[in-house]
Design a binder for this molecule. Structure first.
Ligand code: HEC
Ligand code: HEC
Length: 306
């Protein structure tokens, strides 16, 4: 079979299977050659006795039992001819798990394609208000997205919340569709080697102050200079973030990688690298279109105009 990297293993498994098959057949024939059962009074016992008078007789196997065994062996032989039971021989039917899977996928595609194609033509602005489309999007989301974003789409640390109106890459339905189709990559280098421990502490104090936390203002003032020099290019002068590079807003007290002092310092010190995998090729444009409509409808505050 093609999954075996070396033909040697295929032959090893195949021959071992055949040998054990022959051994079972031989054992069966040998057992069934036995004489017919002797009259009850001449039966020998195996010499084992339990509970005083419970003896083990030395009788040959009953016929019906042997015939059943023959039937199972015949079934096995037919199976090995038809299906890939012997690793080096694929079976005359040519069945594989892959071929069955492909056939099932094909059948499902044929069935659902007309439905998807109908939605594919509808502009996103309309699709987001179509309850049927959103329902299908929801089902697709639970199949393909919940592993990372959670079943309620609220995310976990490192995987963004998709309900919070806070967007790394933009929150219009078109931005969301672009994200799902092509994936995104958010990368920030680690700053510890450049800023040293003290610089790191100062800038993290400043960053925490951006979202209104009580911080040591003298330390934060020093951190502000560091921020202006090194961080504002990506995160913006006021920490408002930049959706072109996926740099998060640092002033909204919503944290992708955790908002405790320790986590913030860790992020700045070591950097972060996050990847949203592209789904366009995998799911096809029609499904992504429906997913975008669903995700767009998740935002809590529907009045925000993006
Ligand atoms: C392997 C994990 C993984 C899977 C699966 C995944 N995502 Fe993501 N997604 C991420 C990560 C990580 C990010 C953040 C990327 C970054 O920080 O640059 C992200 C970002 C996003 C964003 C952008 C959020 C923003 O704030 O701009 C959207 C929208 C999104 N994902 C939707 C989806 C949908 C819909 C699916 C299912 C088709 C999905 N994701 C599947 C990991 C995943
Ligand atoms: C090259 C652009 C770039 C520069 C320069 C940069 N960052 Fe970032 N930063 C990012 C990106 C992109 C992310 C998101 C990483 C991800 O998606 O996982 C990020 C994430 C963060 C986070 C985590 C935010 C959260 O929500 O958890 C903090 C804190 C942060 N940066 C602080 C800083 C500080 C302080 C500096 C300057 C010392 C800095 N960044 C410089 C691009 C940058």
């Amino acid at each position: 079979m093609s999954d075996f990297t070396s033909g040697l293993w295929a032959w090893f498994i195949g021959i071992a299977t055949l040998l054990s098959f022959i051994a079972i057949l031989w054992l069966l024939i040998w057992m069934s050659r036995g004489k017919p059962p002797p009259p009850a009074e001449q039966v020998q016992t195996m010499g084992h006795v339990w509970d005083g008078d419970l003896q083990e007789y030395n009788n040959p196997l009953p016929r019906w039992w042997l015939y059943m065994f023959y039937i199972t062996v015949a079934y096995g032989a037919v199976y090995l001819v038809l299906y890939p039971g012997l690793a080096m021989f694929g079976g005359v039917l040519g069945w594989t798990e892959h071929s069955q899977y492909d056939a099932e996928v094909q059948a499902a595609n044929d069935r659902y394609r007309p439905i998807y194609d109908r939605f594919r033509q509808v502009p996103l602005a309309e699709l987001v208000n179509d309850p049927e489309a959103v329902k299908i999007g929801e089902r697709l989301f639970s199949t393909y997205c919940t592993t990372c974003h959670g079943s309620d789409a609220r995310g976990v640390r490192g995987f963004p919340n998709l309900r919070d109106n806070d967007w790394l890459y933009g929150g219009t339905a078109e931005d969301i569709e672009h994200t799902i189709l092509n994936g995104r990559q958010g990368a920030m280098p680690g700053w510890e080697p450049i800023l040293g421990y003290e610089g790191l502490f100062q800038v993290s104090e400043y960053v925490q102050g951006l979202s209104g936390r009580a911080v040591d203002s003298r330390v934060a003032a020093k951190g502000r200079d560091i921020y202006r020099q090194n961080c504002a290019v990506c995160h913006g002068d006021e920490g408002q973030g930049n959706q072109q590079v996926g740099a998060p807003n640092l002033a909204d007290n919503i944290w992708l990688h955790g908002g405790s002092q320790k986590r913030i310092q860790e992020t700045i010190a070591g950097g972060r690298n996050s990847r949203m995998p592209p789904h366009g090729e995998f799911l096809g444009e029609a499904r992504v279109h429906l997913l975008a409509a669903y995700v767009f409808g998740l935002r809590v505050d529907k009045d925000i105009d993006y």
